[in-house]
Design a binder for this molecule. Structure first.
Ligand SMILES: Cc1cc2nc3c(=O)[nH]c(=O)nc-3n(C[C@H](O)[C@H](O)[C@H](O)COP(=O)(O)OP(=O)(O)OC[C@H]3O[C@@H](n4cnc5c(N)ncnc54)[C@H](O)[C@@H]3O)c2cc1C
Length: 344
């Protein structure tokens, strides 16, 4: 084991957006960090994500909003270099198909749990009647980061390497075994935590997307009906327009369904008729690592090695990634100051 110069030896399990951002902030803080990931970054759920920075299908709201606000600022800064980082600032409309929030205003604490988010996003405002599609009584207009995830994951890996960290491709079957070779384990295994921890509260929420050639759409659009499995979203990315989406609880298949894809395109084309004839480039399916509440907390493994769990980010892992990474960093600093690393 390397001579300790104040930094700790940290093993991060998981090379999706949660693991890589956690690893980066730790490596940039002077820790010796290695990421262990079963899958290549491009084969993770993170690579499938539409990449909109907005808290969605994630609990608990209060912590999720604080993490989202922190990420908003980090991603806004990264969006100054879109070619390099994959992040861009894009204007869009978020509507509520249920009509909920009709009587509330951004910043009003009585609405859907996201009031602190509405208050924190610069320039976010209530959409006017003309800006809302038919049948929608409420919505918001905002300029938010929209992240090209395959490009962003490549950027995160490069940034980790530049900070002295590295990624190993290997499946882990025991956190305790990993803990024997590290001062701290950071568990960012997403849906893998179900088996690895094991934590039966982690379960998949399957989402299907259709990527089409862009017929000229420049803004993002989401009709967020969190009460329904079928949401409508249209996210213009450099690699095509991402059309979504679905949210099927406990569905494990990664096979796109043709009828589901047709329904997605039809829903999106009701909002943007030009999408009806757009050429389809790709079908994607991802499994959101859902949990009743994100688990971001320190636990001692059976031999006493600290493990910072950071998993269960549901439909908003990109949105909260940098905020969660900062909380992991605070936990690791507290461990260093409290206990100091154990000798091995
Ligand atoms: C269709 C869809 C659209 C989405 N759109 C958005 C969006 O617009 N905005 C947003 O914020 N979020 C979105 N999400 C949610 C987002 O994708 C997830 O919340 C996020 O990717 C979770 O990141 P993660 O790093 O925890 O998990 P993952 O990306 O799944 O990474 C988990 C990592 O752990 C590794 N791993 C697991 N088990 C083991 C093991 N035993 N040993 C070694 N390694 C292991 C895996 O190999 C992988 O590297 C979307 C999700 C889907 C499915």
């Amino acid at each position: 084991m390397a001579i300790n110069t104040g930094g700790m030896d940290v093993a991060v399990i998981g090379g999706g957006v949660i693991g890589l951002t956690s690893a980066i902030v730790l490596a940039e803080d002077g820790h010796r960090v290695r990421v262990v990931s079963r899958d290549a970054a491009g084969a993770t759920t993170s690579a499938v994500a539409g990449g909109l920075c907005w808290p969605y299908r994630i609990r608990p709201y209060e912590r999720a909003v604080a993490w989202s606000v922190r990420s908003f600022h980090v991603l806004t800064a990264l969006a100054r270099r879109p070619e390099e980082t994959g992040a861009r600032m894009v204007t869009g409309t978020m509507t509520d198909a249920t009509g909920g929030g009709r009587d509330t205003h951004p910043g009003d604490r009585s609405d859907d749990g996201l009031a602190a988010w509405y208050a924190a996003v610069p320039g976010l405002r209530r959409a006017s009647g003309q800006e809302l599609p038919e049948g929608h009584a409420a919505g918001w207009r905002a300029r938010t980061p929209l992240v090209d995830m395959p490009a962003h994951l490549r950027y995160l890996e490069r940034r980790l390497t530049a900070a002295g960290g590295g990624v190993e491709r290997r499946e882990i079957t025991s956190l305790t075994a990993v803990g024997r070779t590290a001062d701290v384990v950071v568990n960012c295994s997403g849906l893998g935590a179900r088996e690895l921890v094991p934590d039966p509260d982690v379960h998949p929420v399957q989402g299907q997307l259709v990527i089409v050639e862009n017929p000229g759409i420049e803004e993002w659009y989401v009709s967020a009906d969190t009460g329904s499995a079928d949401t409508t979203y249209v996210l213009p990315q450099p690699y095509g327009v991402v059309l979504g989406g679905t949210a099927r609880e406990n569905a494990w298949s990664r096979e796109p369904g043709p009828a589901v894809a047709e329904a997605i395109v039809a829903r999106c084309a009701r909002r943007f008729p030009e999408l009806a004839g757009a050429r389809i480039r790709e079908h994607k399916v991802g499994l959101r690592p859902a949990r009743p509440a994100v688990r971001l907390a320190v636990e001692r493994l059976p031999d006493g090695t600290p493990c910072v769990h950071n998993y269960g980010h549901g439909g908003a892992g990109v949105t909260v990634s940098w905020g969660c990474a900062d909380e992991v960093l605070r936990s690791v600093r507290a461990l260093r100051e409290g206990d100091g690393p154990r000798g091995h």
